[in-house]
Design a binder for this molecule. Sequence first.
Ligand code: GDD
Ligand code: MN
Length: 367
Amino acid sequence: MTADRLELAIVVPTFNERANVPVLIARLDAALTGIRWEAIVVDDDSPDGTADAARDLARADARVRVIQRIGRRGLSSACIEGMCATAAPLVAVIDGDLQHDETLLPAMLGALHDDPRLDLAIGSRFVAGGGTGEWDRDRVAKSAFATRLARRVLKADLTDPMSGFFMVRTAVVRAIVPDLSAIGFKILLDIMTTSPRPLAFVELPYTFRVRTAGESKLDHVVAMEYLIALYDRMFGRFVPVRFAMFSAIGALGAALHLSTVWLFFRAIGTSFLLATIIATMTAMTFNFCLNNALTYRDRRLKGWRPLLDGWMSFCVVCSVGAVANIGIAAFVHDVRQGAWAASALIGVLVGAVWNYALSSRFTWGRY
Ligand code: GDD
Ligand code: MN
């Protein structure tokens, strides 16, 4: 390999890391002397102006590139876009908050150069010589639990499947990109489980550093996304995650609908029609809010105008869905007299698929 060819891309996913990015680039520069590299900062339109800070660096140093994603969030999907945006044969992913040890990169590169059969070099906190730095017990326990869960889904025996620090042959990723689930934080897990053949990897120890600037984005939503990603791996082929969430929320909405009817009709004593209208509006609004917060959190509608438009289109879609539900159920019941429960279920299923398909297109389909 001649030194004038691009060897390595470093993908740096960022969200609110303005203070950290310049330091990281300087450290990469120091760690990667003699290597032809480029860094790709993939920023999800951070309010703190991380993308601007990265562009400031890029103007002075052509090895630095910036992808600023608008209206989207997610560590995994950001990493994937970064990995797809380079022509380098090798690509590393490293956190933008200085917690990963960039001095490990040359060893990762060396491992992949030396052994052409290797697909990945993975930074591990759990092989001999690695460590989790100053993590509290709670975080260590949670991480261990998530790791155990991951191993059950994984075919490979990784010590640190949750690692967000690794280097991979770009071609390997490019081949599987359409099949990646791209949900949440676990990009490595996603790559390993999606690949049709077991990927050959080596684990290199490093110590996870303490974050000094900015804050972690690993919160309850990310934890939920982790479970979603595992679900997707196991059952996603049969029932897509989004549809499963949409349906679960729909079931909650139906329960809310029934209790609201009871409250107004039985307890307060309004007419049945009024109770039903109130219940329908309540359940639709409830479903709209939950789907906006959870099912479509990556395309969440924000601000009054988008929310109002979204709510209205959701109501229209669901009303048509309800009519379809009633029509289909009545039709099936016509041909199969007596099968009232099956008829009702088929109606509900058709209505759910309709609501899901159309709302994902019209209510949350802006991007
Ligand atoms: N573009 C983008 N979009 N970047 C994001 C997003 C997002 O939605 N969320 C987080 N990031 C960036 C952060 O700015 C940081 O550079 C990096 O991803 C890691 O995020 P942290 O919030 O600092 O995560 P952590 O330190 O708690 O988790 C780390 O350790 C885990 C192991 O326990 C990460 O390396 C995980 O990947 C790893 O699994
Ligand atoms: Mn971090």
